[in-house]
Write a protein that binds this ligand. Structure first.
Ligand SMILES: O=C(O)[C@H](O)COP(=O)(O)O
Length: 229
């Protein structure tokens, strides 16, 4: 049996302001900073330690992992960052207030954009300042990999190769792994590990800054999962 720990970043400034974030690189809020430290303390109380960490290239997830590892006095372990663990790219919704968007387009449409695994939020164009092709950190990506919008299925398509090629090999070496990522990149991963249907994943919400433990068998099938609080 192996334990894998997933954590969604602590509350971000835009979570606090209720704005669609996606790949926008916003910082943790003061509350998010506290949540990240508390998550580290809880993991410490339960005797957790890690051999390797994985995170996205967005500072809210990077900092959350950093503060967790700081509490564990584990800042020295290797941390691998990948755009593949980024939040779902929320297209033209990025930056908009969620309630204002509901007022404009209706609750049903906004809920579809947020939770229907096959629904695309409105796309940006390549001349938009939010286009990742303009951002240094994504310069090595191919044009096909650079999103203009993304649904959860597409997020899953780019998360899973990273799971298979980086995270699973570490676990096969019996390394203890922590992954600090985002609401929707973690929903994509959990959909895969828990073999959830499209309908089941629609109702899955992952809270910020709360360690989620997966106990997995040798084939990486889930035995059980639970939050540490
Ligand atoms: O990108 C965002 O806005 C949030 O991190 C996740 O938002 P959601 O709960 O609307 O998918």
């Amino acid at each position: 049996m192996q334990k894998l720990v997933l954590i969604r970043h602590g509350e971000s400034v835009w979570n606090h302001e209720n704005r669609f974030t996606g790949w926008t690189d916003v910082d943790l809020s003061a509350n998010g900073y506290t949540q990240a430290h508390k998550a580290g303390q809880i993991l410490k109380q339960h005797g957790y330690n890690f051999d390797i960490g994985f995170t996205s290239v967005l500072k809210r997830a990077i900092k959350t992992l950093h503060y967790v590892l700081e509490e564990l006095d584990h800042l020295w372990i290797p941390v691998e960052k990948s755009w593949r663990l980024n939040e779902r790219f929320y297209g033209a919704l990025q930056g908009l207030n969620k309630d204002e968007t509901i007022a404009k387009y209706g609750a049903e449409q906004v809920q579809k954009w947020r939770r229907d695994p096959n629904e695309h939020p409105p796309a940006i164009t390549k001349d938009d300042d939010r286009y990742p092709g303009k951002d240094l950190r994504y310069q090595h990506l191919t044009e096909r990999e650079l999103p203009l919008t993304e649904n959860l299925s597409e997020t899953m398509d780019r998360v899973l190769p990273f799971w298979q090629e980086h995270i699973m090999p570490a676990m096969r070496l019996n390394q203890k792994v922590i992954i600090s990522a985002h609401g929707n990149s973690l929903r994509a991963l959990v959909k895969y590990i828990d073999k959830l249907t499209d309908e089941e994943v629609t109702n899955l919400e992952i809270p910020t800054g709360t360690p989620l433990v997966y106990e997995l068998d040798d084939q990486f099938n889930r035995i059980k999962h639970y939050y540490l609080e």
